[in-house]
Design a protein around this ligand. Structure first.
Ligand code: SIN
Length: 525
């Protein structure tokens, strides 16, 4: 069989938007492989919505305001041109998605309903079935990709990228029975999501183990911003995993945060990093494991937030009368594989989009509801660039920090990745080992960090590496390897950044420093 023009790894919003565009707009032969079922992705769990300024005669909002809010949340590390692309091209991509069949909520006059979330100066979040936006987008894209892609392979665990000299030419994967296959392609787009599973408490599904980032690092792709792991402030404090999310849109509608005394302690509409930090400090001061979200004043809760209403009902809570127990949970990997503004990585033939990538749009902290938007803008941009000839990475977006590291906007500084991992002997229980990795990361590299907590986590990861069997290619072990590779990268970048900025808070370096107005670029020589 002839090589595909494009092989997409991952089936969330960025991967499927790219696949659909590749075949429908450019007639490329495209294949998609995904680890679980096509719809089983982090995208499906996104509640709040898509931030996009659709415009309208009496709308006080503008793409300039959306840009300004994104830059403010990103705490000095966003690439302004990449953010401009995000906010300007986003509305067109939303319209295309609507044309494809995605349904967003409207009022009786037919106007789209817009919500506000933390860090947004205006109500601009489009949503679907109240709080099921990701599920609706995934549904529409899955239907479209079934009609267009040449090849769709579910339950395919990608374990390595195929290289021909310096060029990526495909992927090796195993199916659910462990049989190995190679799929060749002229171009490979990583759209494999983030690594929320690094932490014991996360809103991410079990599949989010940083596989794409780990594979990219191993073939020499540059990573950036990996120290910035975003914690969502209002995950329900409950044993269910992934943690049920209590969308930021609740605060946008007026829900309040309360401490154990019932007092408010932070402006609820600040960006997520500010709110999560305030919560962690309050929890430590009060010696408690959770605080409360007070949504008792919200009208028509069950109608506006049906998904959340159902998950509360399951655990016996009623938002109309109960204070809802909440604690921060790992939510989003702000950094990843560095790309230019067209998704090109430093490895020819390898492209990246969405949470796996570091395109420059999120900087040190992603603005709420910019993630679905990023996927639908940057996945298709990579495809357009491939169709136009796939020229190598250019100095634009986050790639500037690799190719023109002295750029005054955001400088780049090289950081060696941790030494190559040395795996060990057989540990019979991958589930227990995964739990130990998560516990180490949660203890020392979470919302609040310092030099000694990071050193302890680094030592714990080195020790746990010795329990991972070198020769076992069971996906459960491959996921642990990827988590450890990603965890070591996060800890090393976090230990090196001796300041606090965005989602990276060092208790021993609480100030933001102009000297650190730079992106740490990690690349294996
Ligand atoms: C939320 O609804 O709070 C999550 C949306 C996001 O992660 O941007």
């Amino acid at each position: 069989m002839a090589a595909l023009d494009l092989l997409v790894i991952g089936s969330g919003v960025s991967g499927l938007s790219a696949a659909v565009r590749a075949s429908s707009a450019h007639r490329l032969r495209v294949g998609v492989i995904t680890k679980g079922q096509l719809h089983q992705t982090t995208t499906r769990w996104a509640q709040g919505g898509v931030a996009a300024v659709l415009g309208g005669t009496d709308d006080p909002d503008s793409t300039d305001l959306h840009l300004a809010d994104t830059l403010a949340a990103g705490a000095g590390l966003c690439d302004i041109d990449a953010v401009r692309v995000l906010v300007d091209e986003g509305p067109r991509r939303v319209s295309e998605l609507i044309a494809m069949g995605a349904i967003f909520d409207r009022n009786v006059e037919g106007d789209y309903l817009k919500a506000r979330e933390g860090g947004h100066s205006e109500a601009r979040i489009l949503h679907s079935r109240g709080d099921a936006t990701g599920a609706e987008i995934e549904r529409a894209l899955v239907v479209a990709v079934h009609d267009t892609a040449a090849s769709l392979v579910e339950h395919a665990f990608a374990d390595s990228l195929l290289m021909d000299n310096d060029r990526c030419v495909g992927v090796r994967y195993q199916n659910s029975s462990g049989a190995l296959f190679e799929m060749e392609a002229k171009n490979v787009l990583l759209a494999a999501g983030g690594a929320g599973q690094l932490y014991s408490v996360t809103t991410n599904p079990v599949e989010a183990t940083g596989d794409g980032i780990a594979m990219a690092l191993s073939v020499g792709a540059a990573l950036g911003d990996v120290e910035f792991v975003q914690f969502h402030p209002t995950a329900l404090h409950h044993e269910a995993m992934p943690r049920p999310l209590l969308s930021e849109a609740l605060r946008g509608h007026g829900a309040l945060l309360r401490d154990t005394n019932g007092d408010r302690f932070v402006d609820e509409l600040q960006p997520r990093d500010v709110v999560s930090r305030a919560m962690m400090r309050t929890m430590l001061q009060q010696g408690v494991e959770h605080l409360y979200l007070d949504a008792t004043g919200l009208e028509d809760f069950a109608i506006r937030f049906p998904t959340i209403h159902r998950s509360l009902e399951i655990v016996g809570l009623d938002a109309r009368t109960d204070l809802l127990p909440i604690a921060p949970a790992a939510h989003y990997t702000c950094g990843g594989v560095i790309t230019d503004m067209r998704g090109a990585t430093t490895v020819p033939g390898l492209w990246a989009a969405g949470e796996v990538a570091c395109s420059g749009v999120h900087g040190a902290n992603r603005l709420a509801s910019n993630s679905l938007l990023e996927g639908m803008v940057f996945g298709p941009r990579a495809v357009d660039a491939i169709a136009a000839g796939g020229v190598p990475a250019q100095p634009s977006g986050a790639m500037r920090t690799v190719l023109t590291p002295h750029d005054a906007r955001v400088r780049g500084a090289r950081l060696d990745p941790p030494p190559l991992p040395v795996w060990g002997s057989v540990d019979t229980d991958p589930v227990a080992l995964r739990g130990k990795v998560q516990a180490a990361m949660t203890r020392g590299a979470g919302v609040l960090r310092d030099a000694s907590s990071l050193a302890e986590t680094a030592a714990a990861l080195e020790e746990l590496m010795g329990h991972v069997p070198a020769a076992d290619s069971d996906p459960a072990w491959l996921e642990i390897r990827n988590l450890i590779i990603m965890g070591r990268a996060v800890v090393s970048a976090a230990a090196n950044r001796t300041e606090s900025r965005g989602a990276h808070t060092r208790e021993d370096f609480p100030e933001t420093s102009d000297d650190w107005m730079l992106r740490q670029v990690m690349v294996r020589a």
